[in-house]
Design a protein around this ligand. Structure first.
Ligand code: F6P
Ligand code: MG
Length: 452
């Protein structure tokens, strides 16, 4: 069994900044230092707030944190060895063991470093080091350096949020009259809104504004040609096959887990999808999985999750506040629940989950369908490797199959599998930036119950 898994796990080399001119290289050289500079600036701009809250201790903590972050930026820009973490938190040992694992792969000749090691690892490590700098400096250790940009992106998407909540309320009113075909049609629409919501992440724009401008439902047909792989009918089948008819003739729907990505419009789109799944009877329970620390600029934490529901509820718009009221009661009743696990903010590929976070793997095994949102999740599903575009999604998962799963992702990193022969080449000729611009998307499905 272990040997089987090892065989499955092999694969091409991971993407890395060592390939000069590659997207990974440009990210590590340009985008990551820009993000660090913005983090330093944010902390500095909040100096008065720290003083008001904590007096001189707050100001000293601000100075020390900025010192640590400037040092981190220098390590990155001069390709220094990756250092062990020293903050003694729940995941610190895991990170330091992972560093040793990487060192083992490098051999004795070289150190694990920013430009020589896997991109997925060093990029994740940067966010974890930002957190270390904050944690090591009480009393400001609770400060979320990305909070301002996340809340701004929520407010700037307001018109789109209103349009979506209005659509949802109209749908909910009419739900009992929908035929199975109409239900399926609405499912596809809301799945696509959730998919395109993933355009709005803040790490690809190095923390600059990125929000939903147009009405999300109206733009769907124009966006359709940009979905390169669309397995959504398999997702529908997986979902409907979980609805079992009991002896009393009643239909029992299953559990859907959503591995969240970004706060702001994307989160609202995910909540709208989750609301539809429950109110239509397609799911009886939705579990959301978020991050336990601020991550890749815009990723959802527990605080962002609760804040977004509260904001929706308090909005000065009938359909929006009605949606917020409904979401809060789903949370209270346990129909919805929010979970975080340290594994989501570790650098591992998901094929490591069964071995390195067996409790989380077992949790996902209890779902009837798992939706993985976003680009970073796709990189972790596929191991962020130099796969040929025609390799199947199942193969790239390398044994990661806790439950039927689907990746909903706009392309923002140069890894893409499951394409038709020639499709990647055609896209490269037509639009050289196709893998990183966020203009294209995929809905890719895999199931342990499917013949491979
Ligand atoms: O490089 C672009 C990037 O920062 C990737 O590192 C990451 O995969 C992505 O943006 C984040 O996107 P998402 O929020 O969709 O996971
Ligand atoms: Mg993200």
């Amino acid at each position: 069994m272990a040997a089987n898994r090892a065989l499955l796990r092999g694969g091409p080399p991971p993407l890395s900044a060592k390939v000069e001119g590659s997207f990974a290289y440009l990210t590590v050289r340009d985008r990551l230092p820009t993000i660090l500079t913005r983090v330093i600036d944010t902390i500095h701009r909040n100096k008065n707030k720290f003083f008001e809250e904590f007096g001189e201790d707050g100001v000293q903590a601000e100075k020390r944190t900025i010192g640590l972050l400037s040092k981190l930026r220098n390590e990155l820009q001069t390709d220094k060895p990756i250092l062990a973490l020293c903050d003694a938190l729940e995941d610190t040992d895991g990170w330091n063991q992972y560093l040793q694992r990487q060192q083992g792969l490098m051999g004795d000749q070289d150190s694990v470093s920013w430009f020589k090691s896997p991109w997925l690892y060093v990029e994740s490590y940067m966010y974890r080091r930002i957190q270390e700098a904050i944690w090591l400096n009480p009393p400001i250790s609770d400060f979320d350096v990305f909070n301002e940009s996340k809340t701004q992106s929520f407010f700037k998407s307001q018109q789109a949020v209103i349009a979506l909540c209005t659509y949802l309320q109209g749908l909910n009113k009419n739900m009992d009259n929908l035929s199975e075909m109409q239900l399926m049609d609405q499912f596809h629409k809301l799945l696509q809104v959730s998919l395109w919501g993933n355009k709005c992440d803040l790490s690809i724009s190095a923390g600059m504004e990125n929000f939903q401008k147009a009405s999300p439902i109206d733009s769907l047909s124009d966006l359709k040609p940009f979905i390169l792989v669309d397995d959504s009918s398999m997702v529908w089948s997986a979902l409907t096959s979980t609805r079992r008819q009991g002896e009393d003739g009643r239909i029992t729907p299953g559990r859907v887990d959503i591995v969240l990505d970004n706060a702001g419009f994307e989160l609202v789109a995910d909540l709208v999808l989750a609301d539809f799944l429950v109110s239509s009877g397609l799911a009886k329970e939705v579990r959301f999985h978020g991050k336990s620390i601020p991550w890749f600029v815009s990723d959802v934490t527990a605080q962002d999750f609760q804040w977004s529901i509260r904001q929706t509820l308090a909005a000065n718009h009938k359909c929006m506040s009605k949606s917020g009221v409904q979401w809060q009661s789903y949370m209270r009743e346990g129909v919805w629940s929010y979970h975080d696990h340290p594994f989501w903010t570790m650098p591992h590929e998901y094929c490591d989950m069964a071995g390195d976070a067996p409790d989380l793997y077992a949790t996902l095994q209890g779902a009837d369908l798992v939706l993985f949102k976003g680009d970073l999740s796709y990189r972790k599903l596929t191991g962020d490797r130099e796969w040929d575009h025609t390799v199947s999604f199942d193969r790239a998962l390398r044994g990661f199959q806790p439950a039927p799963l689907c990746s909903l992702r706009t392309l923002k990193a140069n890894v893409q599998v499951g394409l038709q022969p020639g499709q990647g080449e055609n896209l490269s000729a037509l639009d050289p930036g196709w893998m990183t611009s966020g203009k294209y998307a995929v809905v890719q499905f895999s199931s342990p119950h499917r013949e491979q």
